[in-house]
Write a protein that binds this ligand. Sequence first.
Ligand SMILES: [Zn+2]
Length: 343
Amino acid sequence: MKNEIDNIYNQAISVIEKITNGEALEALRVEYMGRKQGKLTLLMKNIPDLSIAEKREIGPLINKVKNALTIAFDKKEKTLGQITNSENSFFDITLPGEKFNIGTLHPITQVRLQVEKIFQKMGFEILNPNEIDDDYHVFTSLNLPPQHPARDMWDTFWTENDLIPITHTSSMQNRAMKEKTPPFGVIVPGRCFRHEATDAHHEHTFYQVEGLYIGENINLSHLIGTILTFLQEYFQKELRYKIQPSYFPFVEPGLEFLVSCVMCDGKGEKDKIPCSTCGHSGWLELIPCGLTHPKVIEMAGLDPKKYSGFAWGMGLDRLVMLKYGIEDIRHFHAGDLRFLKQF
Ligand SMILES: [Zn+2]
């Protein structure tokens, strides 16, 4: 019996070595160690018939062989598993890659960056406004005291504690004048809010770029030169301009800056079709502006007899619409990828 056990062990070990797949290995395990008909199991079933002396010898021997075979089977199983795994993890470099959607900057952000760059080249600094500010900075310090009828032009939202989601980024004028030493120029690009009934040209949320320059002996020619240079650089076009009087409480005189229409080149029509962008007039009323009101300079603690300046507030949304021929301002906030992916 001892020989029989040795034979079974040797046979099993030599066959295990040759096995190349998991199924054959499992079959072999059943053949030798299966609970009912395994070769080793059958031998163990004979143990009760043996003499006590034989039992003492054969019992431990069978156990030893059983343990050795178990280890051999487990080891082989592990080896086969590793081979299978490395087969599964084969990496096919010829497969097409996964597609990633790459985001782009919103057209308003793209244009804001362009505008900032142009003014930075002209020596202007960039300030960021507070999106919610107080009455003093939004109105009073801009020569719009409480009860002033001109406040009606900026119908807006108020918070419960009397703060204002800013109606214009002019809210930084007073701070800029207090913090900086003339001569200085700043632009303030930012998001503004007004109580508007929305349509193709009006939104309750929009973007404005305020500009302010303060120095000595500043006059209208500085204002005109700055704005015209900017617009020609932005539209990459020679433009004609004209100014006409207007009223804004924080400037004196107050003006509208008009340029020849960028869509029809000032002709009022394109291919004999009336230009809808300029309403057939050939002119675009683009930028409300003017020379800074002496009272506004005084309220910031500067001497209006010594210092003068100019300011403007232009709609960033409008600049984007004109540059890309966008017909409806509401596209900007619609979150429609078909629109946004075109930029
Ligand atoms: Zn036109």
